[in-house]
Write a protein that binds this ligand. Structure first.
Ligand SMILES: Nc1ncnc2c1ncn2[C@@H]1O[C@H](COP(=O)(O)OP(=O)(O)OP(=O)(O)O)[C@@H](O)[C@H]1O
Ligand SMILES: [Mg+2]
Length: 244
């Protein structure tokens, strides 16, 4: 996918304060059209808060958000979703008692009905390689499979930008490798921002990495530079993410 000059999403001076806690401060962020960016940073750095500000689940305390050059700072959550921005949060968002196909249909029906919904589900099943488990109930699936179903649910609405908050948390090495492949597949026609802690995974999927620390952008470098940057190692010292 080619990258054009106007970023798909930009923020200027985004801040989010909870009482006296400055969870985010002065975030200037640009994502190129078609880009796949990873966000890293220690626990509490503000990564999930940044995602919630982008989707307007949180109202930013300061700053502005631009989508393809348009100021969308005043839009509400459902209007942001309608722009084509999908999010997978750290909390699972699936129905355990329903099958994979039923879950996908529910997701698709938020936007479309009938043949269009069927077609969107079929396309998502194929792209996320879920053919063998479409009739399984969610509570019978492995942790990794459930995550992939959630990815498929997001792509049924054909978003143009997807935010993924720790998509590989709790996965086995094999599941992490498959998730990297699926993310590459999604990135063929969709921009992505992925919060991740596993640096091998980050290196496998992203060229550019943004490092959050104490609510600010601490660095923006290639995955290779990050791996060898002693400053980055220091901010993780003593507060390394729970091992996954
Ligand atoms: N709803 C809230 N009310 C009060 N404080 C909050 C709220 N949400 C986040 N915070 C605070 O904002 C800061 C950033 O939290 P956030 O969840 O964004 O971090 P994170 O980088 O996603 O961390 P993790 O890697 O653990 O998921 C933390 O100090 C957190 O306690
Ligand atoms: Mg988080």
């Amino acid at each position: 996918m080619s990258e054009t000059a106007t970023p798909i999403i930009s923020t200027r001076n985004i801040g989010k304060h909870f009482g006296g806690v400055k969870a985010l401060e002065g975030i200037d962020f640009d994502l190129a059209e078609g880009e796949l960016r990873c966000l890293i940073g220690p626990n509490g750095a503000g990564k999930s808060t940044f995602f919630r500000c982008l989707t307007k689940q949180y109202k930013p305390s300061t700053g502005e958000i631009f989508f393809r050059g348009r100021n969308v700072s005043r839009l509400k959550t459902h209007e942001i979703a309608r722009l084509g921005i999908g999010i997978k949060t750290q909390v699972p968002n699936v129905f355990d008692g329903l099958t994979v196909y039923e879950n996908l249909h529910l997701a698709a029906n938020a936007r479309m009905y009938g043949a269009a919904a069927d077609e969107a589900c079929d396309a998502a099943i194929e792209r996320m390689a879920l053919q063998r488990i479409v009739d399984e109930r969610l509570d019978r699936l492995s942790h990794g499979q459930r995550q992939w179903v959630e990815l498929a649910m997001i792509i049924t609405s054909r978003p143009v930008l997807i935010l993924l908050d720790e998509p590989t948390a709790g996965m086995t090495g094999e599941e992490v490798a498959k998730t990297a492949e699926l993310i590459h597949e999604i990135n063929r026609d969709t921009s992505l921002i992925v919060v991740e802690h596993d640096m091998n995974f980050v290196r496998a999927i992203a060229r550019k990495v943004t490092v959050f620390h104490q609510g600010r952008i601490f660095a923006e470098e290639s995955a290779e530079e990050i791996m060898h940057d002693p400053k980055i190692g220091e901010i993780y010292l003593g507060k390394r993410k729970k091992v996954q």
